[in-house]
Structures are given as structure tokens and as C-alpha cells.
Ligand binder design. Structure first.
Ligand code: C5P
Length: 408
């Protein structure tokens, strides 16, 4: 199952490092390519020579070796891997990862990578249970770092409890489940809009809203994880660009529409952006000045184009599935059902954005998926989970035969 997969194994300093020989042997047995980065303390437990012999590759250890940097920079080490595995992961390397340190080759590679990372912690039971380590584990988990173990058991320090590194076979199983994620959307194209738009009043002022882009960005990331080729058209947001997604940054609704049309034919469009309903009829070309005693300026507004309705229009270029969002503060379901027909889209994801729900800018979301078949009520989930669940439903819809094909 791991044939041809490339694993960058980071070996930190701990007595459990002796297990990496068996780990490498099991990975190589499956024809995976393994390359090692050995930390300075790791080298006290295993030798570069033994790792080199088992991996049949050079072992990388010194960040400041100019020869290493010119032959294989730290960025290239991560680029050349499908997965980074830290085994054993000591309390120290977990703390350095959580803190974003880059003070040796291992931590620098871990900071520079955009690849999935699996860690196999190994440490004394009290170091594992310490609030500092647990806080670091929480930070890393939130960032998407995967953990295998630690297990309960007798340890080299004569204590008993969680802290023992997982067995090599368990680590291999975790690697397999991470690297063999199904990609049902491979070969499909997706368009996602996210964030707010900004409508200029004059060169220094604008009309906008509180959308953080968290939900739309998470949807783009989830679709990409399932293998889709994703274009994300985003208004100004503070959240980082998702990995593996083409991001087009725009400001106004007009620019968002133009970028969506320029993205070309797609299989699915998800309009999660909070597009401003109105723009200035004629934005001022110079800053509007305050004049003592004068009345405040009257802003003449005009409606923005409706991107969702435009993409939903029937025609040869219409995506097979168009998904809109309905952020409401009252009569959520009724308004959303009505919006689905009014806009002409296939699905509406309805969510309550009353201030008390904390949805705007928050990390969790309670949504209801409205389609021609009815309404599904989803439990309150993190925005990432909502995104994964929605991407899963999209994959299911796009991969099932169309009615005409089914009838053939
Ligand atoms: O009309 P309303 O703003 O409530 O509709 C929300 C849905 O329509 C969202 O999916 C939003 O992204 C989309 N929309 C749009 N263009 C607009 C207004 C809303 O794509 N001008």
C-alpha cells in the first residue's frame, strides 16, 4: 500500500529511537522510500551509519552544513516527501514545534513544510502528562498535526503509564491510513468564494462586513483534500491560504464575479462569500472631505451583481452542482428554502449568524443542508468538520451517476 510513497523520518533523541530501525525496515518492505533527519540528541541513540544503511540514502543532520544546504535545502527535504514522521517525538521537539522554533534542521523542516505530519511521542509519563506538554499537544492537534500513541506501558525509566512510543507496526498503520485517503474528487474542478467583499466609498473608505473567511477557506481545503482542483476566490481575510489551492484575491463584488467567470468550467461552485449587497453608484475618486457645518454626504448605493444567481443560471457552462449559503438571524429554514428557489442553486447551507451563536469569526458552526430532497440538520461542528462533511456530500453527489446515465 505504501509503494512509492516518500517518508521523511525525523528521529529525535530518546531511548525509543532504537525502534526506528524496525520502523524503517517495515516501511522499506512495502517499497516506501525513507529519508532520515537525525537531531543532535537523536544521534546519541542511533548512528547515522545505521540509518544510512537501512534507508540506502544520505542521513541529514546539520542545518548549517553548507554542502547539505546546497545539495538538499531544508525546503527541498519537505518538498520531496509525501509525509513527515517524527519518531520518537520528545517533549522537547513537541514544544519546539508548538512554539514555531527553527533552531536545527529538524525543527526548520517541520516549520517550513506544507505536508502532513505524524508524530509518535515518546517520553517519561510525567513529562507526557505535564500541563505544558498537553497544551503543546492541543496546539499541534488544532494545527492538523496527527498523533499516534503514546501507549501505556513499562518504560525505560522504571515507571508505568502513557509515554511509551507506539510499536513500529502501529506507526506504519497510522502512516497507511494517512497516505491512503481516498480522493474521490480527483479530476474534478471546484470553485469556492470566501470572505467579505469591500465596496469603495472613496479611495480610503469602504463598505464591508464581518465575514472571516474561515468556513469558505475550510471548504476549499476540504475539496482539495478529496482530490479536486480548487480555485478559491477570496475577499480580504486574515486566515492563511489553504494548501494545494489556487487563490485569487479580490476586493469588490464586481471583481469577485469576474474572477469566478475567469475560473472557467467547474463541476461544483460553492458560494460561501459574504458579498456586500450594495456598492456605491459612483465611488468618489478623491477622499470625501469633512466640511465644518456641512451635512454628512448622502451615499447613493446600487445593487451588486448576485454571483450565486449568475453561476446558477442554466446553460452549457452551469456547474453540475451549485451550493449557496444563507446566513440568517431569523426564520432560518423558511428563508433558506425560499433562497434556494430564488437563486436557482441546488443546495443551500443555512446557518444562524445571530450574535449569540458566535458563528461570525468563531470556530464552530451549526448548519442545515437544504436540497430538493429536503432539509438535513447537522450537529454543531468545527468549521473544518462542516467543510469535510460538505465536501463528502459533494463528492457523493458528483460521483453518483446522473439520472440520464443511470437510465442507460
Ligand atoms: O442574498 P444573500 O446574500 O442572503 O445570499 C447568500 C448567498 O448568496 C451566499 O451563498 C452568497 O455567497 C451568495 N451571494 C452572492 N452574490 C451576492 C450576494 C450573495 O454570490 N451579491
Amino acid at each position: 500500500m505504501l509503494k512509492g510513497k516518500r517518508i521523511l523520518l525525523i528521529v529525535a533523541g530518546g531511548i525509543a529511537a532504537f525502534k526506528v530501525h524496525e520502523l524503517i525496515r517495515l516501511l522499506r518492505k512495502q517499497d516506501a522510500a525513507v529519508r532520515c533527519v537525525l537531531t543532535e540528541t537523536g544521534a546519541r541513540f542511533v548512528t547515522p551509519l545505521s540509518l544510512q544503511a537501512l534507508t540506502e540514502d544520505k542521513v541529514y543532520s546539520d542545518m548549517f552544513s553548507l554542502t547539505d544546504e546546497s545539495e538538499m535545502g531544508h525546503i527541498q527535504l519537505s518538498r520531496d516527501a509525501d509525509l513527515l514522521v517524527v519518531a520518537p517525538a520528545t517533549a522537547n521537539i513537541l514544544a519546539r514545534m508548538a512554539g514555531g522554533l527553527a533552531d536545527d534542521l529538524a525543527s526548520t523542516v517541520l516549520l517550513a513544510t506544507d505536508k502532513p505530519v505524524l508524530v509518535a511521542p515518546a517520553m517519561n509519563v510525567r513529562m507526557w502528562s505535564h500541563a505544558a506538554t498537553q497544551a503543546n499537544v492541543e496546539i499541534l492537534t488544532k494545527r492538523g498535526i496527527e498523533f499516534v500513541g503514546p501507549n501505556d506501558g513499562a518504560m525505560a525509566c522504571n515507571e508505568f503509564g502513557p509515554g511509551r512510543m507506539s510499536e513500529p507496526a502501529e506507526i506504519v498503520a497510522a502512516i497507511e491510513s494517512l497516505l491512503t485517503v481516498e480522493r474521490p474528487l480527483a479530476g474534478r474542478r471546484a470553485l469556492v468564494t470566501s470572505g467579505p467583499t469591500r465596496e469603495a466609498i472613496d479611495p480610503v473608505r469602504y463598505i464591508s462586513n464581518h465575514s472571516s473567511g474561515k468556513q469558505g477557506h475550510a471548504i476549499a481545503a476540504a475539496l482539495a483534500q478529496l482530490g479536486a482542483e480548487v480555485t478559491l476566490v477570496s475577499g480580504p481575510v486574515a486566515v492563511p491560504d489553504p494548501a494545494g489551492v489556487t487563490v485569487v484575491k479580490i476586493e469588490s463584488a464586481d471583481q469577485m464575479l469576474a474572477a469566478c467567470l475567469a475560473a472557467g468550467a467547474v463541476d461544483v461552485a460553492v458560494c460561501a462569500a459574504a458579498v456586500a449587497d450594495w456598492k456605491m453608484a459612483t465611488p468618489a475618486t478623491a477622499k470625501i472631505k469633512k466640511k465644518a457645518g456641512a451635512a454628512p454626504p448622502a451615499l447613493e448605493l446600487t445593487p451588486n451583481p448576485d454571483i450565486l444567481a449568475t453561476l446558477s443560471k442554466a446553460g452549457p457552462k452551469r456547474p453540475r452542482l451549485v451550493v449557496g449559503f444563507a446566513a440568517e438571524t431569523e426564520n432560518l429554514i423558511a428563508n433558506a428554502v425560499d433562497k434556494r428557489t430564488r437563486k436557482g442553486c441546488d443546495w443551500i447551507v443555512a446557518n444562524d449568524v445571530s450574535p449569540a451563536t458566535g458563528t461570525f469569526g468563531g470556530d464552530r458552526n451549526t448548519v442545515h443542508l437544504i436540497s430538493a430532497e429536503g432539509v438535513q440538520h447537522w450537529p454543531t461542528l468545527s468549521k473544518e468538520r462542516v467543510a469535510m462533511q460538505l465536501a463528502g456530500a459533494i463528492a457523493l453527489h458528483l460521483t453518483r451517476p446522473r439520472p440520464a446515465e443511470a437510465a442507460e
